[in-house]
Design a protein around this ligand. Sequence first.
Ligand SMILES: O=C[C@H](O)[C@H](O)[C@H](O)COP(=O)(O)O
Length: 223
Amino acid sequence: MTQDELKQAVAKAALDYIKPHIDEHTVIGIGTGSTANYFIDYLAEIKAEVNATVASSEASAQRLKQHGIPVFDLNSVDEISFYIDGADESNHQLQLIKGGGAALTREKIVAACAKEFVCIADESKLVDTLGSFPLPVEVIPMARSHVARELVKLGGDPVYRQGVSTDNGNIILDVYNFAIADALAVESAINQITGVVTNGLFAQRPADILLLATQNGVKQLHC
Ligand SMILES: O=C[C@H](O)[C@H](O)[C@H](O)COP(=O)(O)O
């Protein structure tokens, strides 16, 4: 199977995973990216059963609406029942790097409100140590140089993602050459830098389950 076929297979597995639990009170949080897009397309097949979703990006909200799936503002719902989203990397504790598509902040907010975070990924995303994928950091534009200097002090190699503005009107610095042994500590240290909105480490709020598409089928990993 190609990587795209694996993404599609895991998106279908996520739908099968949550479908028995969907009722009129269920609010589904929707992630961002190519794997999440496949999930949205599968969700459309059962849209009559879906009363509410909350999207983690303008792009996902638009795709949901195109399918006729109801999208709500996060402030108008009590709790997210399931949050379904992809990742750029996951370790075996289900701590993640996200934000390759610049949606990390809204993703982190929706994940924080979720009862269960179901991460969906193909097997290339599973790593022993996070950090081969450059760590995205969302930054208030005027703080770009200051934050970059502070990231260098932490041992990283930040690169400005040219031409990208997040849904919140901010910029992204991608931090290269960070071997992230203690993801909790790194997440918290970067978030202490003035001017940082948040970073793409999901360690304080890891996934609850990782559905991992492999050539031998979709596996379930728990931390
Ligand atoms: O900002 C983007 C998100 O964090 C995505 O979930 C992540 O980049 C994975 O994307 P994909 O499913 O396209 O590999």
